[in-house]
Design a protein around this ligand. Structure first.
Ligand code: HEC
Length: 152
């Protein structure tokens, strides 16, 4: 269930009802909304990253919660990718993303499945640091892969 939602939203595909709802927002506000979601995701990533690097104590349950937080806000991203936001000066989304929505969506989906794997493995009993390092690393690669191509 969550997987489907995350994948859909990360892929930038949204249902008609959501498209109608996103028309309630001004383009400028949608960009702020999008950037705020990414800020929340960034904060979760920071804590997870510090744990797997040993900068703070490893806590599997806390890491699982961070992964869930990321999924919960991440699924809202889809409704912010409204074409009208392309002209917003404060947006750091590159024109390449709008020109290549399939490529952008593919990065979103790859990220979404890495996150889904992290959510699953971190919820298992016995989840340990080695598993965390691998699964968090994959999620972080997903962030970077999209930023490299589609973010200023
Ligand atoms: C599918 C593409 C994609 C993925 C995956 C992705 N990002 Fe981004 N990210 C973007 C784009 C595009 C922007 C610029 C948004 C804008 O300014 O309109 C952005 C912006 C950001 C910002 C800056 C927000 C601001 O205040 O301007 C942060 C922080 C960020 N991302 C963190 C992350 C983290 C952490 C991950 C992974 C956990 C991640 N992103 C995954 C595309 C992506």
């Amino acid at each position: 269930m969550l997987k489907k939602v995350v994948l859909l939203a990360m892929g930038g595909v949204f249902a008609t009802s959501v498209a109608a709802q996103s028309e309630l927002f001004k383009a400028d506000d949608l960009v702020k909304y999008r950037q705020s979601i990414y800020q929340v995701m960034g904060a979760q990533a920071k804590v997870m990253g510090a744990m797997v690097k040993g900068e703070i104590d490893f806590d599997g349950e806390a890491l699982h919660q961070r992964a869930l937080n990321m999924g919960n806000v991440g699924k809202l991203l889809g409704e912010t990718y409204v074409p009208a936001t392309e002209g917003v000066a404060d947006s750091n989304m590159l024109p390449a993303a709008w020109e290549d929505m399939d490529g952008f969506s593919a990065k979103g989906k790859a990220f979404g499945s890495a996150l889904q794997e992290l959510i699953a493995v971190s919820g298992e009993p016995g989840f340990d640091e080695a598993q965390a390092r691998a699964a968090v690393g994959k999620v972080m690669k997903g962030c970077k892969a999209c930023h490299d191509d589609y973010r200023d």
